[in-house]
Design a protein around this ligand. Structure first.
Ligand code: SF4
Ligand code: SF4
Length: 124
């Protein structure tokens, strides 16, 4: 099995990625490595960080899906300016659809292995 390595830039206060199947803690790793199907549409690409990912500061910082927490802003960013008038209804629909498309509330399904800067990378 081949293994590929990517460097991602992640907030220092982001929680460490949990094991596959554990509750999602908003570590953001999956969305920083590559967008989900919805993120592909919003980002216009299949690789790299999703443009809809949002970092939330607070007592415990975490990443959240902008399609769920800021659907109007995400819709407006994804549309050409000539279609800005539909960003409000589209954002409303996006917020509802995103919860189903990204399987919010389901355990972590990302098999990405993470090594933080200064730590030893796992062997292939
Ligand atoms: S699904 Fe997993 S990798 Fe993605 S944000 Fe949640 S915990 Fe992190
Ligand atoms: S879950 Fe949201 S932020 Fe993450 S890749 Fe999908 S659309 Fe982007």
């Amino acid at each position: 099995m081949s293994t590929s390595h990517h460097i991602i830039h992640i907030e220092p206060l982001a929680p460490r990625k949990p094991a596959v199947g554990a509750p999602c803690n908003g570590c953001g790793v999956c969305c920083l490595v590559a967008p989900c199907p919805l993120g592909v549409v919003l980002s216009g690409r299949r690789t790299g960080a999703c443009v809809a990912l949002r970092w939330h500061d607070g007592n415990a910082g975490l990443y959240r899906c902008g399609a769920i927490v800021e659907p109007r802003a995400v819709a407006a960013n994804a549309l050409p300016s000539s279609l800005s008038a539909v960003s409000v209804p589209l954002g409303f629909a996006l917020g509802h659809l995103a919860r189903r498309w990204v399987a919010a509330g389901v355990g972590c399904d990302s098999t990405v292995e993470v090594s933080h800067a200064g730590e030893t990378m796992p062997h292939d």
